[in-house]
Write a protein that binds this ligand. Sequence first.
Ligand code: SAH
Length: 395
Amino acid sequence: MLKFSKVVLKKGKEDSILRFHPWIFSGAIDRIEGTVEEGDPVTVYTFDDRFLGIGHSAIGSIAVRIFSFEEIYPDFAFWCSKLKLAYDLRCKIGLTSRKETNVFRLIHGEGDGLPGLIVDYYNGTVVIQAHTVGMWLIRDLLAQAIKAVLNDQVKAIYDKSSKTLPYKAAIEPVDGYLFGEKTTFEVMEYGNRFLVDWEEGQKTGFFVDQRENRKLLSEYSFGKNVLNMFCYTGGFSFSAMQGGASLVHSVDSSAKAIELTNANVELNFPGDKRHEAFTADAFDFMRDIQDKYDLIILDPPAFAKHKNVLNQALQGYKKLNTKAFQQIRPGGILFTFSCSQVVTKTNFREAVFSAAAISKRKVRILHQLSQPGDHPINIYHPEGEYLKGLVLYVE
Ligand code: SAH
């Protein structure tokens, strides 16, 4: 085995790693033997020289992210085996063979034992998003591994890491194709067609994580007037239309998102007059919607990306949900979400609870939603649970 620089932990700091938590915080490190550049693989040892894992080093409070708790050399065969494990999971949960769905998440960071790496599959095009320099440096190797595992199911691989890499990293990432070229932007989810722009769009181009929640929404939509707030590419909107909604209003502050929503609605329901889209700020739009809607979806962006803005974010959720509770029609249904990792399930529920109390409406929880199986949560890394949703019945 080739020798990597060695990170030695302080006495007593090994417990969480022995329980397979993949993060080493900088404060846990006693010393580093050898030189380390950001993104280099390093081996991690206890104070008394017991091997703990091998991971990518980073600058910041999380100094190492472990990708193997076994003493291996991370060569091509190793990355192929990791990719294969992830792909097998998607096969087992039936995502790779569905006719009506050809988009899924292939790698979900820590949830797949690959911290710092997100990979989405879009009907033949694979989009890689590295969140660490370590993963970005091996992007070509990862692309080869993806090709080896997916074979002819992959026509192109696009690297879209320029916006997700740490801004202080001394690299100059440029997005582009690692393999193949731009093909169709069209994908399908439960029979609904989407135009996904992975080159210019948000995240990897699409919010794959709301698939099952969009499906649930369609079951609740018949005969309803629906407001889809924070619509992005309009997924919840045409799920509602598919479910027989009477009227659907989509709102997003981004004009580009509204353009995509209109294009997607047109693709699925050409000329359908039930739908209208508005470019507007959520807080402005919701100031005075009165009792126009009996089904409201609130799926805002991550209000809190860091712990120090948590309170501010919770106030945001409270304010938004209060507006919905105050105005939704009696007997209305609210689908409300938080995708902030730092907001816990309890935090979110408390914010929604406060909003309900302010509105003085009677509210009952019908469903507690989370992320789907292709966004698995590593049981040893509970931080991976980020998507929280409540479906509420408002009397
Ligand atoms: N529900 C979507 C994903 C929502 S992502 C889906 O199923 O695909 C969050 C969206 O909120 C983004 O499109 C962003 O443009 C929009 N947004 C952010 N701030 C906003 C604001 N203040 N008012 C309205 N939309 C906002």
